[in-house]
Structure formats: structure tokens, C-alpha cells
Design a binder for this molecule. Structure first.
Ligand SMILES: [Zn+2]
Length: 543
């Protein structure tokens, strides 16, 4: 086989030496002419020959060293500054380089996927001596050659931030939504940085982004006609957080009990725990719903602490902080809540309400009567007041309560907060009958949760089916809802309504950017956190 086929036509193999550590291939240039790299004029006039000794790709794991007898030519253009130029081997070996292009490619691909120092050690074993610095130079060089070419026609991009050091320094990653590739990373996540980038890329028509206002501002400042698409998953996630936190604020951690509800009796230890806790709670009936929940949590912490005997273990098991555990295990009664004094709108009706409570009227019925009498408060505040009053009614009710608890074994309904959140979030068609029953029971006691449920279901359908026309109506309706978190969610959404509508219409999300943010994290780890931004950028863009 003629090995010459692996080299440019004008290079002829003169000899091949197989030495102990290296294969030496001597080549001679036979080119009759060459073009001046400066003015481009063709020249036949040879000035001299000189030797180039680049490394080439290995053969059977042995490094290859070339010895090329190359030519120098005179430039014949009298107006050219270059009088003598060296022969070029386009596509095979660049001027002034110590590696052939094909070997550079291999090193380049390797240095994109490992650290320069590791690669240097690896190559040493293969017989190539390359310092980490030399390999880094290689990386820097691709950037200057490849840059810009692909960014000129970008139209649809995604933008997101990522952190250099967790929570301290942030950068920005910009992705092409068509190719799913990152096209740039910026050293900051400031409005200014993104604005400057946008100005250099006037072809951009659409940007997906999370709800960070810095990017929005940059878009407004550069080109307000750019279509902004908020990230669907972000706002769905925010809404899920509303549900989670609303549930969290009402029920104890890990499990909850709903009074006046029914479920078949179970005799597993978990149920027993629940019953003990019911007793403990009912002995503190003067507490509000929230306080009861907290007290139940405290009892749970104390119980776990008694079992495992260490604060650290308890904290880990219950996913609480150690300070919380340490504080709570010392309490022998419910902590007193310090509340802001509030104007009590019930004052004029107190006697009346107390009487109704004694007569056993329901909160809803009482609320209706109050409204008739000109009461201005909401149904949930009436409900809380009624609960409070009922809890404070002497003997009769608490007898009733204990009686209820003794009958109770069959009247306990139990779900973790996580389950509850999931029941409210999921489509009703995906729930089992007992789960639906549980929700119904829940809603009878908590009317506002029932409304939250409706809100969630409508919103999710509206997002998945792209019903833009329903969005502003939904926002309008719940922006004044009694659940504060829901209200706040609506207000935040309203500030960004246009891009949220766009999210329902356009098939883009910011998932591509988020994928790339994860990739950046991986690359950072591989670089041991000591590489410069410049290198990180090259690795992100070209690997
Ligand atoms: Zn010239």
C-alpha cells in the first residue's frame, strides 16, 4: 500500500523509520508554485527550502513525527510587502503550527471533554509531549475561527442564567431554539450584558425566558418587537408552590387529620399515632387551626426524638433544621403566638354568634345571617371565628369532642401534605374514588381550598390547551381571592401577561436553556473550578 495517499499530492514520502518510540516519516515538497498569502499572486520562483517537523496522527499507537522539506518562494508582486513567503499546505498543515490539522482536531475534541492537565498526562502516555498550556491555546484558537459564523441568522433563542459559584456569581446562557445548541454564554446576567448581545444579533425575533426581569428589560431596550415567551414550566411550578404552601400552612408536617370526616378504621401503628395526637390537640382546643397544626408537629418531633435519641437524626428524618428540633423538644405546651392586634369586625355580633354556636349552627349558616345584618367580612374569617368560639364553649362541646374521638377510630381521614397537594393538583380523572372522597371532605371544611382547586384545574387546562382567551379572565377573577398566595401569584402573572399569553400560543419553552445550564454545571466540575470564564465559554459552546 502506498502511504502517500494519506498526504497531500505535492508531498512525496522519501523514507519511513520505525524507531523505538516514534515513527519518522520524511516528506519532500514537489510543488512547482504557490500563492503569496498576503497578495494572493502566484509564484514559481523558489527562494530556498527549509525543514518543518510537525507531529501527525499516530499509527498503531505510536506517535508520528513528520520531516517535511518545504519550499520558500519569492513574491513577484512589486507592490506586496511580503518578499519571501513559505509554502502553504492548505487543509493539511497551517503556517507556524507544530501539529497537522488532523492531529489538532483529535486533541481539540479530547480537550473539550477533559481538563487540559488530564489530557496532557494522557497524551504523554501515548508518546505526545504537550503541556496543559499548549492544549489550552488550542482551545482558544477554535473560538476565534468558529465564532460569529453561525450566529448571524439566529431568530429564535432562549435565555437563562446559571451560577458560577452557587448563589454568588451568575452568568447567562443563550441557546438556539432550532439547533438546541448554546450559542453564547455571558459572564454576567445583567440587563446591560444581554442588551449588548442582542444589539449584535438583530435577526432575533423570539426569546423564551424565565420570568427574570433583567432579560425582559434588555429586550425592551433593544427591540420591543421581539416576541417574549415566558416559560410555561416556571409558572406552572409557581402555581404548584401556591398549593404546596397553602396546604403546608394549614396542616401539620407528615400527616394531617380532618375533623368531622370519615374513613374506615385501620389498626396500623400510624393510625395510633394519629389518635394520640388528636387527643393532644383536643386538649388545646383554644388554639387556632394553624396553632393546632404546629402543636401537632411539635408532638411528632418529640415522639421521633424519643425514639431515635438524637437531634441530628430527628432533624434528618423529619427534614427539619436542627435548631427547630432543638427548640421544639423542650416545649411542654404549645408556643404562644405573637399576633398583630387586628380590628375585630366581629365585635358587634359576638353575642349573637356565640348563641348560634351553642345552638349548633354551621359556620356557613352563621355567615349568611351575618351578611344579612350588614357584616362585611369574608366567609373564611367567619368560619375561623366560629371555630374559635366553638372551641371555647364550656363543657358541652368538649364532651362532644371527646365523645367524637372515642367514636373516632372510624372517623379519621388521613393523608400526607404531599398527597393532598398532589390530589389538588392532578386531574380529577386520575384520582381514585377514596381520593376524591377525601377531597370532598376537605372542601366541606375548607371552602377556600375548594376554590383553589377549581382555580388550579381551570388554569392547568388553560395552559395545556392553549386557551389564551381565558387567561386574563382567570387572572382577574383570582387576583382578589382570599388566599393570599394565589392573589400574589395572579399579580405577578399580570405584570408579565403578554409573554405568558405567548407561552400558551408558541410551542417553545425554556427547557433547552435549562438543559444547557446543567451541561455547564458538568463542565465546570470537570474544570475543577479554576479555569477562566473564557475557557468555560469555549467548552460550553464547542463541545
Ligand atoms: Zn505577495
Amino acid at each position: 500500500m502506498n502511504l502517500n495517499v494519506f498526504f497531500p499530492e505535492n508531498l512525496m514520502i522519501q523514507s519511513i523509520e520505525n524507531n523505538e518510540h516514534i515513527i519518522l516519516i520524511c516528506l519532500k515538497s514537489e510543488s512547482k508554485f504557490n500563492h503569496c498569502p498576503l497578495c494572493g499572486m502566484k509564484s514559481h520562483q523558489v527562494h530556498s527550502t527549509y525543514l518543518r517537523k510537525p507531529l501527525d496522527a499516530s499509527i498503531l499507537n505510536k506517535p508520528v513525527q513528520l520531516r517535511i522539506q518545504a519550499k520558500k518562494f519569492f513574491c513577484l508582486n512589486p507592490n506586496c510587502k511580503r518578499q519571501i513567503f513559505t509554502e502553504r499546505f492548505t487543509g493539511f498543515l497551517n503556517a507556524y503550527r507544530r501539529l497537522t490539522i488532523r492531529l489538532e482536531e483529535v486533541f481539540l475534541q479530547l480537550s473539550l471533554s477533559m481538563s487540559a492537565e488530564a489530557l496532557s498526562r494522557f497524551l504523554f502516555k501515548l508518546g505526545y509531549k504537550r503541556s496543559g498550556d499548549a492544549l489550552l491555546d488550542l482551545l482558544r484558537r477554535i473560538d476565534s475561527t468558529e465564532k460569529d459564523i453561525k450566529n448571524q441568522s439566529l431568530t429564535h433563542i432562549g435565555v437563562d442564567d446559571f451560577s458560577f459559584r452557587r448563589g454568588v456569581d451568575f452568568g447567562t446562557v443563550i441557546c438556539d431554539l432550532e439547533t438546541h445548541r448554546p450559542v453564547e454564554i455571558l459572564a454576567s446576567r445583567s440587563t446591560q450584558a444581554f442588551k449588548e448581545w442582542l444589539e449584535k444579533h438583530p435577526s432575533v425575533e423570539l426569546v423564551t425566558r424565565d420570568r427574570a426581569t433583567t432579560y425582559t428589560k434588555a429586550i425592551h431596550l433593544t427591540n420591543p418587537n421581539i416576541i417574549q415567551v415566558a416559560d410555561k414550566w416556571h409558572f406552572l411550578k409557581n402555581l404548584l408552590t401556591v398549593v404546596k404552601e397553602t396546604i403546608s400552612s394549614r396542616f401539620p408536617k407528615g400527616w394531617f387529620i380532618m375533623p368531622e370526616s370519615s374513613i374506615t378504621k385501620k389498626t396500623d401503628p400510624a393510625t395510633d399515632i394519629t389518635i394520640t395526637n388528636v387527643n393532644s390537640i383536643s386538649s388545646h382546643e383554644s388554639l387556632s387551626e394553624k396553632e393546632q397544626a404546629k402543636w401537632a408537629l411539635i408532638l411528632e418531633i418529640q415522639k421521633v426524638y424519643q425514639q431515635v435519641g438524637s437531634i441530628r437524626q430527628t432533624a434528618r428524618q423529619l427534614k427539619l433544621s436542627r435548631t427547630t428540633v432543638a427548640k421544639y423538644i423542650q416545649l411542654s405546651e404549645p408556643p404562644k403566638q405573637i399576633r398583630k392586634p387586628r380590628v375585630n369586625q366581629f365585635v358587634p355580633y359576638l353575642n349573637q354568634i356565640t348563641q348560634w354556636c351553642q345552638e349548633g349552627k354551621t359556620a356557613r349558616w352563621i355567615h349568611e345571617q351575618l351578611i344579612h345584618q350588614g357584616f362585611k367580612g369574608g366567609a373564611s374569617s367567619t368560619r375561623r371565628k366560629v371555630q374559635e368560639i366553638k372551641a371555647n364553649l364550656p363543657v358541652k362541646t368538649s364532651e362532644k369532642a371527646t365523645e367524637k374521638i372515642s367514636k373516632k377510630s372510624s372517623k379519621l381521614l388521613k393523608a400526607t401534605k404531599f398527597q393532598l397537594t398532589s390530589f389538588i393538583w392532578r386531574k380529577p380523572t386520575s384520582l381514585t374514588q377514596p381520593e376524591l372522597n377525601l377531597l370532598n371532605e376537605l372542601f366541606q371544611a375548607h371552602a377556600d381550598l375548594s376554590e383553589l382547586y377549581t382555580a388550579i384545574q381551570v388554569f392547568r387546562d388553560l395552559v395545556t390547551m392553549g386557551q389564551v382567551f381565558k387567561l386574563s379572565q382567570w387572572l382577574e377573577r383570582y387576583a382578589t381571592h382570599e388566599i393570599k398566595l394565589l392573589r400574589e401569584f395572579c399579580l405577578r402573572m399580570k405584570r408579565d401577561e403578554q409573554s405568558i399569553s405567548n407561552a400558551l400560543v408558541y410551542p417553545y419553552t425554556n427547557a433547552i436553556c435549562e438543559g444547557n445550564v446543567n451541561r455547564i454545571k458538568m463542565i465546570k466540575r470537570q474544570m475543577y473550578g479554576r479555569a477562566s470564564f473564557e475557557l468555560l465559554r469555549i467548552k460550553v459552546l464547542y463541545s
